[in-house]
Design a protein around this ligand. Structure first.
Ligand code: ZN
Length: 155
């Protein structure tokens, strides 16, 4: 970037000079009123990078979900260890009824409890799922409405 008045490429200032906003060097800034310091291209690039990074992080933020069929996975893992529900419950500091519910698939399994069970059994119960922004598929047999159909319905 260069000074709008003299072409010097030093630090520029956004300056109001006789009613118009110019990016000028410190020397030329004396002819007007400095509004703000102009960010260098490097600073702008850095800022852009940070913004992009922020956006990327947001988009890729995974969602923790419990795997399908967790109930049977836990039951199998427990049986492999030859432990009773009661024993497992004691070891992971949970109530037997909680474990019973989880294994029957009736109670909802919290991420926290799933993490405990994962560590205890060495199994995977929590999956990281990325947001899926894809629009829902329109099923063909339902017959997607055309503009013509919509007009017919309106009549
Ligand atoms: Zn200048």
């Amino acid at each position: 970037m260069q000074c709008d008045m003299c072409g010097s490429s030093e630090q520029l200032f956004k300056t109001e000079v006789e009613g118009s906003i110019l990016n000028v060097c410190s020397q030329c800034a004396k002819y007007g009123t400095v509004i703000s310091r102009v960010k260098s291209e490097e600073e702008l690039r850095e800022e852009e990078k940070r913004m992009q990074h922020r956006v990327m992080v947001k988009e890729e933020e995974p969602v923790e979900t419990i795997v399908v069929g967790y109930a049977s996975q836990i039951k199998k893992a427990r049986e492999r260890k030859g432990l009773k529900q009661e024993e497992v419950a004691k070891k992971i500091n949970e109530k037997e009824s909680v474990l019973h519910h989880v294994e029957s698939g009736k109670g909802s399994l919290s991420i926290a409890l799933a993490r405990k069970l994962e560590r205890f059994f060495g199994i995977t119960l929590v999956e990281l799922e990325k947001y899926d922004y894809k629009p829902e598929k329109h099923s063909d047999n339902s017959g997607a409405m055309t503009i013509g159909d919509m007009i017919k319905i309106k009549k």
